[in-house]
Design a protein around this ligand. Structure first.
Ligand SMILES: [Zn+2]
Length: 272
């Protein structure tokens, strides 16, 4: 009881005098009603913030910070995604893990997508460098995520209307990402799963789950069960739901033909 009362005191607002025994009894009665039989537990629980959206958002560098060009047309805000797509960028596995390199990576990717692919802007919503820096991709992505929404991207052909894409620097056909990238990817996916209310075991997929492509690379794709487990653990989920590891196998799916080619990104009926 003492714990519940002291917790109540911390919640008190100036407009509701905490010296009023009526006020306190009234509050406790309401707490009991809300919590059903577990009155004391209920009173204590009411002092905590809501459990939803509890995961700490990673530091995401904005387009202004990495020096994005303006898009040729503004991105379209669409409904929240139901799947989060893991890609590799089919860029070199750089050993420059600096922030300045990460910003250059985002600019290079945007140039490739706009000038070579002819798209309105960067295709993916988020980019992660091998040094573990997370960056906004397509314009309005952070604005949309902040509203529980998404932007129409150009990252997974025919599925852009319901997916959010994360491009990871490097090529993971036979080697795995560095720890810094892996940890940043876990953090980013945990933040998104929490924000959108998604189950990591159901929501996290690889690009090849939708399109004929090796992306995100045979090596990284084999690690997706562990990635889902790590994200679930970061969110405090029960280990009873852990997924089994899958063996690394050569998929013989189409791999990158050039730098930045990670597979089909735009369908015939999708804008870019
Ligand atoms: Zn891809």
């Amino acid at each position: 009881m003492a714990g519940a009362e002291s917790a109540f005191d911390r919640r008190e607002s100036p407009a509701m005098p905490d010296t009023s025994s009526f006020g306190r009894r009234h509050f406790m009665a309401r707490a009991a009603a809300v919590a059903g039989g577990a009155a004391l537990l209920g009173a204590a629980d009411l002092t905590r913030s809501a459990p939803a959206h509890a995961y700490t958002k990673p530091r995401v560098y904005t387009r202004a910070e990495w020096g994005a060009r303006p898009p040729t047309s503004p991105a379209q805000i669409i409904a929240a995604p139901d799947h989060l797509v893991v890609h590799h960028m089919a860029f070199p596995n750089s050993t420059d893990y600096s922030l300045s390199h990460a910003f250059q990576l985002s600019r290079d990717c945007q140039d490739l997508h706009m000038d070579t692919n002819g798209w309105a802007d960067t295709g993916q919503q988020l980019t992660i460098s091998r040094g573990g820096y997370v960056m906004e991709g397509r314009n309005r992505s952070l604005e949309a995520i902040g509203k529980g929404a998404n932007v129409m991207g150009a990252q997974t052909a025919n599925e852009n209307g319901h997916t959010l894409g994360i491009e990871n620097e490097g090529t993971y056909t036979s080697v795995l990402p560095p720890t810094a990238l892996w940890n940043a990817l876990v953090q980013t996916l945990a933040w998104l799963c929490d924000d959108y209310g998604l189950d990591p075991h159901a929501a996290i997929v690889g690009h090849r789950d939708y399109n004929s492509t090796e992306c995100p690379g045979d090596a990284l794709y084999a690690k997706l069960p562990q990635l889902r487990n790590d994200v679930a653990t970061a969110l405090g989920a029960s280990p009873l739901r852990a997924e089994r590891a899958t063996p690394y196998v050569r998929s013989n799916l189409p791999g990158p033909r050039r730098r930045g080619d990670h597979g089909p990104a735009v369908g015939p009926r999708e804008g870019s």
